[in-house]
Design a protein around this ligand. Sequence first.
Ligand SMILES: [Zn+2]
Length: 330
Amino acid sequence: MASRSMSLSSATAPNRKEWAFTYQATSPAFNFPDADVILRTPDHVEFRAHKLVLSLASPVFRNMFASPQVPPTAANEGQDWKDGLPVVALTEPASVLDALLRLCYPLKDPQFSLFDQVTAALEGAMKYEMDEARDMLRGKLKEWAEKAPVRAFAVACRYRWKDEAERAARAALRVPLPELIIHSQELEHISAGSYVRLLLYHKACGTAAAYPAHWGDWISVYHNDRIYLNCPTCHSDSSDTSHSFFGVPNRQNARVARWWKEYMDRAGDRLRETPLADVAEPKMVWQALARAMECASCRPRAVAEFQTFLGEFQAEIARRIQKVVLTIDF
Ligand SMILES: [Zn+2]
């Protein structure tokens, strides 16, 4: 009867003839002199490890070691046995196995410079049912959500991790919508429905974030005397509908300063495409204030009053985005 170790071995092990001519490197970090098992990777690296440690970290390894093993013979030396130790051939490359073993042994945690490394290690942790390693890698997913939100979202959906999916979707709001339409290997593991939910969430947040840039019903009546809503000099006349700003309470005919309206239009356009765009970034602010300086009435008040306004504007954007719900099917 085939043991689990044999089935793992047979999945990737080259034939005996190849073994005879293949040099096997030994992992420098996992070359314990008291090792009682050798893990061999397809890229020809051997890890001399301990069955006990592997068994404690992984029920898959525990079951594997509990199964009867092929006895050592002269014929299987080098393949199933080496230096008196059983050999288990795995499918993970050395870089992935190194990361997984570091999470099982009391060693420094692996460093991941690429998202592919995280996903490959996570896949191994799930395969070998290494709960501790999985939880640590799940934490890494949160870190990577900011750098690779679509990929992190796909991984979270694959493993049905709601918090991580929501965090990645939220991070995606810092990216323009067209840039979310990318292919990545992680998307192959989730449904089209899950991916479209991410895009629809982003779109809904864009609409919600842009609203306060175009409609003033959220603006407190206390703003009415501020120069950007009440400029006697640079406001547009009532026939110029392109400069109307609707919904300001008690100010149906607000004398909206031209520079402010231009800023709000730009902000609205940006927010629709990138809901978490920084509308108070220096470039946008200085562009608005430079225009304000052209108006004698706005000039002395614009800097202070616009600064106050920006804080309130950002808070309103955040409040509206917060109300948008990501619908996910798990
Ligand atoms: Zn003005």
